[in-house]
Design a protein around this ligand. Sequence first.
Ligand code: ADP
Length: 238
Amino acid sequence: MNIVGLDVGSTTAKAVWLKNGKISFKIVSTHNWRSLIEEVKKELGDVKIVSTGYFRKKVEHDFTITEITASIYGVKDLLRRDIDAIVDIGGQDTKVVDVKRNDFKMNDKCSAGTGAFFELVANYFKIDVKELGKLHFASKKVPKINSTCSVFALSEIVSKLVEGYSKEDIIRGLHFSFINRIIPMIPKDAKKIALIGGVAKNAGIVDAFSRYFKVYVPKEPQIVNAYGCIAYYEKLGL
Ligand code: ADP
C-alpha cells in the first residue's frame, strides 16, 4: 500500500508520496486538507497516512509523528549530511531543532519571526511573498530596521520610505531584522543549519542566514516534514 506523508500546519497542508522512487507532492491551504486527501486517494487508491504538523491528530491518519521527528528524518534523508540545527519557518510558528542535543525551541506566540510577518510586508507593498527574494537582491543600500515586531515594523517601513530608501532596500533590511529574531533560538555552537518550511523558499532569508551560518536548503523546503513522515515510517519497517 502507498504511504502518504501528510503535514498539516497552521497555514498549509502538504501531502508527499513516492512514485517510482521519485518524490511527488501537493500543497494546499490547511482548510482544504480533506480535498487534498481525496485527490491523493484518487491518484493512488488505498493509502496509509502518516501525519505530522500542528493538526496532525485532527486529520485523517493511521500513524502520527511530531514535527521534530519528521524534520530530523526528512532533513537527514534529503540532505544526507551532518547538520547542527534545523530551522523550520512556517506560516505562524518557527521551530529550531538542536540536532546534536535532541532539543528544540519554538516560537508560536508572536508573528515576528514567522511567515505571517512577510505576508504582512508583502501585503503592504502589494506584492506576492514569492517576489521578496528577487527584490532582496535588487537592493542597493540596506537600512537598519530595528523592529522585529510586525506592528512596529510597519511604521518603521514608512519612515524608511520617507527617508528615501526603496522598496527593495527595505525588504532586504527586513530580511536581516527578521533573522535576528530567530538567531537567539539557534544553539550558540551551531555552524551548519538546514533551513526548511515555506519561508525557506525566500532566497533573501537564505542569504541573510548565510552571513552567520553554513546554510543548507533542501530542494523543496516546504515538504520536508511531510517527506520525513515517509522516511520515518520506512525506517521503522512497519
Ligand atoms: P505551516 O507548515 O506552518 O503551515 P509552511 O511551512 O507551509 O507553514 O509555510 C507557509 C509560509 O511560507 C507562509 O507564510 C508563506 O507566505 C510562506 N511561503 C510559501 N512560499 C513562499 C515563497 N515562494 N517565498 C516566500 N515565502 C513563501
